[in-house]
Design a protein around this ligand. Structure first.
Ligand SMILES: C[S@@+](CC[C@H](N)C(=O)[O-])C[C@H]1O[C@@H](n2cnc3c(N)ncnc32)[C@H](O)[C@@H]1O
Length: 221
């Protein structure tokens, strides 16, 4: 591990809005599960979660724009999360937190009905057929989201990957979920400011390669 990564890991643990609960803490009952608003954000605002947030550009960007909502970015990679956590700390943004954990552990991090909205930004496409259930919009993951989401939660997906996008459209159709909007080139659609006003690290990489950016949103029930 590089010295810089070690420094970032050490600094993460000094941020009061950065959490990396051990698995045993999760299964014995994580102290903020069901209490993010009452015990951490100390308000009753809607809770928006970004899954696989990487460096957290999207969570930070939305958090700056919507101080009347709470935002939590989740990723497994501590060195990436450091970027978002550092900006949040530097700018003293009270409505943002980051959690270093697998999305698979969502139900240990949040109580039923605690999450109001979900963003999935540039997920790993998991292209092998044997990895289908690892896709963040697979039926298995949608069932995980159902355990923590409010009834009729909106899920947003932003991706460069056509296979992943089409796969998600199929799952939405198979499960008879209302599709609110979809575009194979969101930058052709000036009406979707929240989607186009913030670029993530991976978005910039894919856009530089000439990929169009796809976006859809649907209701999970
Ligand atoms: C392609 S990157 C995109 C990161 C960021 N959303 C962006 O657009 O720059 C995918 C991210 O998902 C994270 N990730 C993949 N599977 C995950 C899982 N099961 N739980 C938590 N994070 C995961 C990876 O660590 C990585 O940071």
């Amino acid at each position: 591990m590089t010295k810089r990564k070690l420094q970032r890991f050490a600094e993460n643990s000094t941020f009061d809005h950065f959490f990396q609960p051990y698995y045993h803490e999760l299964i014995s009952g994580f102290r903020l599960r069901g209490k993010w608003n009452s015990d951490f954000f100390k308000n009753e605002n809607p809770l928006v979660v970004e899954l696989g947030c990487g460096k957290g550009e999207f969570t930070v960007g939305l958090g700056r724009k919507y101080p009347e909502k709470n935002f939590i970015g989740i990723d497994v990679k501590g060195a990436r999360l450091w970027r978002g956590a550092k900006t949040t700390d530097d700018e003293n943004l009270p409505n943002i937190a980051f959690i270093r954990r697998q999305v698979e552990h969502l139900e240990h991090l949040f109580a039923p009905g605690e999450v109001d909205e979900i963003w999935i930004t540039f997920p790993v496409p998991q292209i092998k057929n044997t990895a289908v259930k690892k896709r963040l919009t697979s039926p298995q993951f949608l069932n995980r989201y159902r355990k923590v989401a409010k009834t009729s939660t909106i899920i947003h997906l932003k991706t460069d990957n056509t296979m992943f996008f089409d796969y998600t459209l199929e799952v939405i159709q198979e499960q008879n979920l209302p599709l609110l909007f979809m575009s194979y080139d969101i930058y052709e659609n000036p009406d979707h400011q929240d989607v186009t006003s913030i670029q993530t690290h991976y978005e910039n990489i894919f856009a530089a390669k000439g990929e169009t950016i796809k976006y859809l949103k649907f209701i999970l029930h």
